[in-house]
Ligand binder design. Sequence first.
Ligand SMILES: N[C@@H](CCC(=O)N[C@@H](CS)C(=O)NCC(=O)O)C(=O)O
Length: 210
Amino acid sequence: MKLYEFTGAPNPRRARIFIAEKALSIETKQVDLRSGAQFYAAYRAINPRCVVPTLVLDDGTAIGEVAAIWRYLEETTPEPSLFGKTAKDRALVTMWAHRWEIDGLLAVAEAVRNILPGLKSRALVGPHDYEQIPALADRGLARTHDFFADLEETLKQQFFAGGDTYSAADITALVAVDFAVERLKLEIPGEYQALRDWRARVASRPSASA
Ligand SMILES: N[C@@H](CCC(=O)N[C@@H](CS)C(=O)NCC(=O)O)C(=O)O
């Protein structure tokens, strides 16, 4: 297997952390997004959506989208489980992971992609170009602040972002928080103690530096 990825980008990090938690060793290949390598014909043939990550299996099958990569790895390497063991747990972890992707990662991405000058005409990922819209930068920032607040409230009720145990939901939530702090230079409000404690807890896992 080979993981096509780019070290500086959030979605490949979600795949790398998951792989590290499973203690898997998978060869990686960098697709340099800064030089536009995602649009080169060689990579377009692997992932016509021109995004990373993509997991290519030994038989040549290319699996794009983090949720699909996670699903394949969870089914082929069930332990340690990152989605829970029972049908109910798996549904709940999937629910939380989706929520943190939509309300967290995509909120931060909306701000980042509509603010950074280097992403002019690249306001959405994928093979098509879209211009930045300043109002969407403002909305993305507002959504990111709401994400911090929603995550804080959730973590007052449960120890991890997907329930009582560490799961795939924590991976997406951590990557989204780090993305906001690093790329938007936002600070987690001092009063969000549950969020701060949780971040320290999940960031101290060896997988977080994968
Ligand atoms: N929904 C996709 C999102 C993938 C994505 O947005 N990848 C970004 C890096 S974080 C990308 O490839 N960007 C290419 C670009 O900016 O043109 C997934 O789950 O894999």
